[in-house]
Design a protein around this ligand. Structure first.
Ligand code: EPZ
Length: 444
């Protein structure tokens, strides 16, 4: 989910109450650049897989065990949201146990409002209880984040949905399998597909989702739902068929590794002139990223299941357009731009998924990058050495790009508001330090 800037105040107010200070701190990272990163890094479980999977535990009264759960504030937040719905939630290391024995159709609005990704409880609540009241997710810095396709799909299954006072109130006396086209102006919707799949598993009859999202995180959710006794075929392809069943049972599941975190470390190796061995990732989830990085002159080789990345003799400017999976992921756009800022020549980076995902351009400019925005494209005139400066993180992936740029820049860079970073990257400062990065966290 993405915090809107107005979130800060309520949490400060609730500091001793709903949210511990840990959730929203004004910490920053101090980075001394110019040090090549060398060594091994272990990739954590995928944030964007575990959030819909946690929501899907609402579909059964039996306990579910989820492994390789990353220690992220968004994950902890989703845990509190499930607790506010009546679930028993237990984190033990990277294993999470959830039991939605007796749950209610609405949770703590204050919590739900604060995390966009919480929209993924809507489908499971409708599936299990046939009713759900969730707060409408706010927009965020990268776009308005509409949910019209989520509602289109749930209405097609028979839900009556009202939007009033910032809440989505849904009721579905009966859920009936249907055929629904979920493509929108920017292509498929990841969490929309997750929501429809999570409601359809307990509908009567067969549901066919056309123009479904093909992201690996959607496939991972389908794997988990099938382990619970659902009957889903075609996940990972644009057409998903779900045959409704009467009830689902508990299941165990290991979350897929985070392909976006892996991509971020591949780029970190190239930007710092280092060599990083990445363990635990699934290279087959990164084909578009690996292809583009190789085109840009980054050496990436496979050693068993590990990937080794380092900069080749010369970096080459490349053009990148973000697309739905299996195209180049929008969540790696900012990190790729940071690499292109170091690459002599002109590269054009076009963002086709979100309408305003260039928050990192101005901040990269403060480090000396020369980037002009022309509509959906950023034109990067790369090759100048970056020099450190204080910068402000705006969204999760922009923050990662700024950290990478700080690691490559000469001098010191202070990245402020790194709560954005903590939402999606598990212990990133510890992992970078372990690779030789000179990085320290400053408590605000
Ligand atoms: C998921 O968001 C991810 N978040 C995002 O990651 C990721 O960038 C995005 O998918 C695209 O891959 C989680 O999984 C928690 P969408 P989601 O619905 O599902 C439009 C990160 O940094 N749209 O696939 O919310 C929408 O405006 C985050 O980890 C509609 O028009 O994204 C966007 O332009 C950022 N109507 C496009 O579709 C709808 O009903 C793709 O959005 C829904 C979406």
């Amino acid at each position: 989910g993405d915090w809107s800037s107005d979130v800060a105040l309520p949490i400060w107010r609730h500091r001793r109450g709903v949210c511990s200070r840990k959730f929203l701190h004004m910490d920053s990272l101090l980075i001394k650049g110019g040090v090549p990163l060398h060594g091994d890094v272990q990739i954590s479980g995928a944030k964007n897989a575990v959030l819909p999977i946690m929501a899907a535990t609402l579909l059964t009264a039996e306990p579910c065990i989820i492994r390789r759960v990353p220690d992220l504030s968004d994950v902890k937040f989703m845990g509190r949201i499930l607790e506010s719905l009546g679930c028993a939630v237990k984190f033990e290391g990277d294993t999470l146990t959830v039991q939605a024995h007796r749950i209610k159709g609405h949770g703590d609005y204050d919590l739900i409002r604060k995390m966009r990704g919480s929209i993924c409880i809507l489908g499971p609540l409708l599936g299990r209880l046939r009713k759900a009241d969730v707060s409408q997710p706010g927009g965020c810095v990268i776009g308005t984040r509409p949910i019209d396709l989520h509602l289109k799909g749930l209405r097609a299954l028979g839900a009556k949905i009202e939007i009033e006072g910032g809440y989505v109130r849904a009721k579905a006396p009966r859920l009936t399998g249907t055929e629904v086209f979920l493509g929108g102006r920017a292509g498929p919707t990841v969490l929309g597909t997750a929501n429809i799949m999570s409601a359809a598993v307990l509908a009567e009859g067969v549901t066919i989702i056309e123009s479904a999202a093909c992201e690996p995180e959607v496939s991972d959710l389908a794997t988990f739902l099938n382990a619970m006794g659902a009957k889903i075929q075609g996940a990972g392809s644009p057409t998903i068929t779900i045959t409704g069943v009467k009830a689902l049972h508990g299941a165990e599941h290991e979350v897929i590794p985070d392909r976006i975190e892996a991509a971020t470390f591949l780029i970190a190796a190239a930007m710092t002139h280092g060599e990083i061995t990445i363990h635990g990732a699934k290279p087959e989830h990164l084909n578009a990223v690996i292809d583009k990085l190789r085109e840009a002159g980054v050496k990436i080789e496979r050693r068993g299941a590990a990937m080794i990345a380092k900069r080749g003799p010369r970096l080459t400017p490349v053009d990148v357009t973000t697309l739905p999976y299996a195209g180049f992921p929008t969540d790696v756009q900012a990190q790729m731009m940071a690499l292109m800022a170091l690459t002599p020549g002109i590269s054009i980076i076009t963002e086709r998924i979100f309408e305003s995902r260039f928050g990192h351009v101005a901040e990269l400019g403060r480090l000396g990058a020369d980037i002009a925005i022309e509509g959906p494209s950023a034109i990067v005139k790369g090759g100048k050495r970056l020099s450190g400066a204080p910068v402000m993180a705006s969204d999760l992936r922009a923050s990662a790009a700024l950290v990478l740029a700080g690691l490559a820049a000469k001098g010191s860079t202070q990245v402020n508001r790194i709560y954005h970073l903590d939402r999606g990257y598990e212990k990133i400062d510890a992992k970078l330090k372990q690779l030789g990065g000179r990085i320290s966290r400053i408590q605000e």
